[in-house]
Design a protein around this ligand. Structure first.
Ligand SMILES: CC[C@@H](C(=O)O)C(=O)SCCNC(=O)CCNC(=O)[C@H](O)C(C)(C)COP(=O)(O)OP(=O)(O)OC[C@H]1O[C@@H](n2cnc3c(N)ncnc32)[C@H](O)[C@@H]1OP(=O)(O)O
Ligand SMILES: [Co+2]
Length: 134
C-alpha cells in the first residue's frame, strides 16, 4: 500500500455537504460522479496529497443508506492506493483478511477498487484502489 488515496465520508445531502466542505477547504469539489453499481453519487475534493470523497446514497439498499441508518453521517471508509491490486488482494487473503469482492470493481475517479470487510479490520471499512488505465 503506497498511501491513503482518499477518505470516504457518508452524507445525507451531497449538495449541502458540498457547500459545507467547500467552505472548510476554501475550494470547490473538482468533480461529481455517479457510480450506479454502488448506489452512490460522489464528489471529490483534493486536499494536499489526499482526496476526500463525499458519498450520498442513490438507493435505499446502498451501503451508504444502510450505514447512515445504522450509525450516522461521517467517515465511512479509508482507501489505500496500490500498484498491483491482484497481488495485494492475494497478500491480504493469505494474511487472513476478508476481501469483499473477488474481482476488482470499477470505482469512481478512474479507479479499480476492492473492499475488505470491517469485521476483519478492527471495524474500519478498507478500500484498495489502483489506477484504471483503460
Ligand atoms: C464510489 C465507488 C467507490 C470508490 O471508488 O471510492 C466507493 O467508495 S463505494 C462506497 C460504498 N460501497 C461500499 O461500501 C462497498 C463495500 N461495503 C459493503 O460491501 C457493505 O457495506 C458491508 C461492509 C459488507 C456491510 O454490508 P451489510 O452486511 O449488508 O450491511 P449492514 O448494515 O448489515 O452491516 C453489517 C455490519 O457492518 C458494519 N458496517 C457497515 N458498513 C460499515 C463501515 N463503512 N464501516 C464500519 N462498519 C461498517 C455495520 O455497522 C454492521 O455491524 P454490526 O451492527 O456490528 O453487525
Ligand atoms: Co471510496
Amino acid at each position: 500500500m503506497r498511501k491513503i488515496e482518499h477518505l470516504g465520508i457518508a452524507v445525507k445531502d451531497l449538495k449541502k455537504s458540498n457547500e459545507l466542505f467547500s467552505r472548510l477547504f476554501g475550494k470547490e469539489a473538482y468533480k461529481e460522479e455517479r457510480v450506479e453499481d454502488e448506489g452512490v453519487l460522489t464528489s471529490f475534493f483534493q486536499v494536499g496529497d489526499v482526496k476526500i470523497e463525499l458519498l450520498e446514497a442513490t438507493a435505499p439498499d446502498s451501503p451508504i443508506a444502510k450505514f447512515i441508518d445504522k450509525r450516522a453521517e461521517g467517515v465511512h471508509h479509508v482507501a489505500f492506493a496500490v500498484d498491483d491490486i491482484y497481488a495485494e488482494m492475494d497478500r491480504l487473503k493469505k494474511a487472513g483478511f476478508e476481501i469483499l469482492n473477488d474481482v476488482p470493481k470499477k470505482g469512481a475517479d478512474h479507479k479499480l477498487v476492492v473492499f475488505l470487510h470491517p469485521r476483519s479490520t478492527n471495524g474500519v471499512l478498507v478500500e484498495l484502489c489502483q489506477d484504471d488505465v483503460k
